[in-house]
Structures are given as C-alpha cells and as structure tokens.
Design a protein around this ligand. Sequence first.
Ligand code: AMP
Ligand code: MN
Ligand code: MN
Ligand code: MN
Length: 326
Amino acid sequence: MIDLHSHTHFSDGDLSPSRLLSRAHERGLEYLAITDHDSVTAFHTLRAERHAHASKDTNPDDSSTTSNASGTILRLPQLSGGLISGVEVSCQWEGLEIHVLGLFVDVDNVALTTMLQQQQQRRRERAAAIDLKLQRNGMTGLGAYLDTLPCDAISRSHVADFLVNQGHSKNKQHAFNKLIGRKGKAYVAAGWCEFADAIATIHEAGGIASLAHPDRYPLSRPRFRRMVEDYCEAGGDAIEVSYSNLNPGSLGHLAELCEKHELWATAGSDFHSPDHHWMDLGKIRMMPAACRHSAIWHHPAWQQHIGKLPAIVSAGGSEGSAISDA
Ligand code: AMP
Ligand code: MN
Ligand code: MN
Ligand code: MN
C-alpha cells in the first residue's frame, strides 16, 4: 500500500512522526509521504533520529540500519519501501484557499524553507488575530493553549480543539461554523501565498506539485474547470485522484481530468488522527485503471529517487491493487 498524504503533530495531526510510522507499519504501508501543512519538520526529525541510530550501530554492513543524507527519501525499518518527503501548502487562488501537495521536495532547499517559514509566520499572526476576536467575545486563553503544542504550523483545527476543550463549542464542526469558519465571528483570512508561487517553489525544491483533494473546494463546475486550467498553466504536475471519503463518481471524474490535462495521479488518505476511522492510513480507493500510465510511480522523479516500482506493480499485480481498496 502507498499513502502520499498524511499529517503529524507538527501541523494539525494528532500523532508524533514515530507514532505515525508505527501505525503505517501496522497497516502494512510500503511508501508513505508525510505532508504536514506548511511544514517539513517531521522529515527532518525522523532523518535526525535515523542518523543518530545509524551512527550508534556497531555493524556498518547492516544495510537495514544505514541511511543516507537525502532530503527526499528516507529508508526506515517501519516501511518496506520508504518515507517520501512531502508538504501541503495552503495557497490562494482568486481569494479561495487551495491546498497544493509537494512530493519529493528537497527538505533542505532554501527557497522551500523560506516559503514555509513565511507561511508559519502568517499562521502565527492569524492565530493572534483570532485570539483578539475571541477575547472580545469573552473567550480567553487561546495564546497560552497554543504555546503548549508541538506544532510549528498552527491551524484553525488547533483553535477548534481549544474552543471545544473550553466548552465554548460543542464540537469542532460547530467551532468552524459559528466562530472560525468563513462565516464565523472570529474568522480571519490568512493571506496565503499565491498558487503559482507555491508551485514554482515546489519545483525549485525539485518536487512534484499535486492538487490536493480537488472535489473539496466550494466551487461551481465552471469555476472548478478554470481553477484546474490555471493550475496547469502555473505548472502543476499532478492531482490527487484518490483520497478519503471520495465518492466513486468523483474518482472517475478526476481520472478523466488527469487524462485530459495530462497530469500525473497521486493518492493519499489525508490521515490526521486515529479517531478519524474514515480517514485511516492507506484507506483509499484503488487507483482507477484510467490512471494506469499516469500513476505517480511512473513519474521520472519516482524512478530518480526510488529507482523501482512499488512491489505490487513490479510483481505484475494490477496497477490498481498497488493502492488498497477502502
Ligand atoms: P487552516 O489550515 O488553519 O485553515 O486549518 C484548516 C484545517 O482545519 C484543515 O486542514 C482541516 O484539517 C481542519 N478543518 C477544516 N475545516 C474543518 C471543519 N469544518 N471541521 C473540522 N476540521 C476542519
Ligand atoms: Mn488539516
Ligand atoms: Mn488539505
Ligand atoms: Mn491534508
């Protein structure tokens, strides 16, 4: 199984990188990409831990414990294939928030780290502005709560947790609807980087840009088509065709879109938390047959960084079966 979209506690996921890897191991994943919102800290952390572990190792010939200094792929005992570097960048297109995944990005690339620092700064400023609005409405303590978190990309999901914990909202959905969502009284727009800038930076870091969860944006059909055209024009390489909670009709539609625009196809669960059983690691629909040739493992970058196809594909299994059925 392959999962190219997941989150850790460095953004709004619940698990630490090592707990996420344990879960990936339990679920039998071959390749995993951690794609935290505007952060590549999980990859840095796991790479540093791996190096520390490898340098302590007394048997340098044991290839299962060696690791290279790559900023794009990390061989780890929990994954039969490896960890692929990734990020999910929050961008804007015509004032709407669009998420673009960067896969195989070099996590040490300066253009990338500069952009992510700016995005994290925007997140801190927005959280402070939300805090002020909440305080004016009698809800205090957000800043102190956020200071206790390990994340470097503060999101509204954390704010929603705070509001639920404090009893101001009965659940997270309610917190978004009434307070921090677009129509909420503590809503603050984030001023994300432009769509085209995010794609250019992902490319500068050697990565592949993939449009995340394309059917989750509040867009009419004509506007959606225009957004995808602009995405292609800006150099977008791929779209996610399979992800959690995607209905089978949309899967076919996205596969067609891939063919029409000659985009590569990626798939990932968007895992955030073990509590979200509908969004577990690897729990995604099979890559459709229409994406046989456009599946991301045929991309030259996959060959460059990994050098072989996923096990099930090279073993002659159907291309679709490389991704688990939900
Ligand atoms: P942000 O990136 O700060 O705008 O926060 C958005 C994050 O909050 C998303 O990545 C989701 O994980 C989560 N989220 C967005 N909308 C909702 C919602 N209605 N209910 C619960 N979580 C949400
Ligand atoms: Mn999220
Ligand atoms: Mn997203
Ligand atoms: Mn995501």
